[in-house]
Design a protein. Structure first.
Length: 375
């Protein structure tokens, strides 16, 4: 900050800046459901004291910032509904005074083309309120002109403290030590945006100093910057939490999958798998030899039934399932298993059901059996 930067008094040539007017006017979108915006503010020259004037301006600017935040969400929502090729709301096209009449009438054209009643009403409301907002901006400009305060336009890299110190030493003619002491009376922000107006006033009579920042020609005030930074930090925090939760959930799923695989492996290790069919069908399929009924070819056999030997050591069979009326005998194949030593076969008196009892479960764990059922 150079010491010869000129400090300015507010003029009365109009609103503080087009981008600011654009943002304020579009804030009406957020108020569409509430009726026409009322500007119930005292007119120029009605404030009796500087304090009253400052309070009025502070309230006006706070309301502008608040409605702007709401408006931005509404504008984003409106633009997000537009299909490729459809016009969207652009600040410059609505409020830039340097545009041609055709360009400035873009809202009117959008109203004519809009088919959706709700969006048509929204666009019409913006047009109706545009003049009201500009009138409000004129009143704010007049109020600012009535202040004894001076301002500078913030440039890239400017610091509020540096600008305040420059004002106090060059305009108020205080020495640097006194200036730094006076600066403790008011806060200075670290979030200046190029185009912001940085205001100053030092009253030598009571040794009081005030300084504050308004939007000026910038799109944001320091308050809005801090709010955006906080929102970004919260978003980063929420994103980190989401990533953490997702990682924990993924780990939990993997753990569940691992547990399921381990459980399945334990079940397979402790189960016996078998295929049961009538001896006749097994011979016809070539699984058993036709003469000695020995195992001949089991390539087409699927051992899709099982018994968990940790909880059960019997295999129950009914004849109807194998196209039989009775079950009188069951062969357990391959022949390495011996009846009476490894297993036994039990049948009911009417031969309407049968059971293979596995006498030594450890022998059969993880094995595949072929059960040849005969009548």
């Amino acid at each position: 900050m150079k010491g010869n930067r000129p400090f300015m008094k507010p003029g009365i040539s109009g609103p503080a800046g087009i981008p600011r007017a654009a943002l304020v006017a579009l804030a009406i979108v957020a108020l569409v459901g509430l009726g026409t915006v009322s500007c119930k503010r005292a007119g120029p020259g009605t404030a009796k004291t500087t304090d009253e004037l400052l309070t009025q301006l502070k309230e006006d600017r706070a309301e502008i910032d608040t409605t702007t935040d709401t408006m931005m969400k509404r504008i984003d929502t409106y633009n997000s509904t537009r299909k490729p090729g459809q016009p969207t709301l652009q600040f410059g096209e609505i409020f830039n005074q340097d545009l041609s009449p055709e360009q400035r009438d873009v809202l009117n054209a959008m109203v004519e083309q809009e088919k959706d009643v709700s969006y048509k009403s929204l666009l019409t409301k913006i047009i109706d309120d545009r003049n009201t907002i500009r009138d409000l901006q004129d009143k704010v400009a007049h109020a600012e002109q009535a202040l004894p305060d001076q301002f500078v336009i913030a440039k890239k890299g400017d610091k509020h403290r540096t600008l305040a110190l420059n004002y106090l030493t060059h305009e108020a003619k205080l020495d640097e030590a006194k200036a730094r002491e006076v600066m403790r009376q008011s806060d200075q922000t670290d979030e200046l945006v190029p185009g912001n107006k940085v205001w100053f006033f030092y009253n030598a009579k009571d040794d009081s100093f005030r300084t504050y920042v308004t939007r000026g020609d910038a799109l944001q005030t320091p308050v809005m910057v801090r709010r955006a930074q906080k929102k970004e930090l919260l978003a980063e925090r929420d994103g980190a939490r989401t990533e953490r939760d997702a990682a924990q959930q993924e780990a939990a799923v993997k753990e569940q999958e691992r547990a399921a695989i381990e459980a399945e492996m334990h079940t397979r290790e402790n189960s016996v798998y078998y295929h049961a069919a009538s001896s006749t069908s097994l011979k016809e399929r070539g699984v058993l030899s036709p003469v000695m009924s020995k195992v001949q070819d089991v390539k087409g056999v699927g051992y899709d039934e099982s018994v968990d030997l940790r909880s059960k050591t019997t295999i129950d069979l009914v004849p109807e399932r194998y196209g039989l009326q009775q079950i009188r005998s069951i062969r357990v194949l391959p022949n390495i298993y011996q009846e009476g030593r490894d297993y036994k076969v039990e049948t009911t008196d009417d031969f309407k059901s049968a059971r293979v009892v596995l006498l030594d479960p450890e022998v059969f764990k993880g094995k595949e059996l072929l059960l040849a059922v005969s009548r």
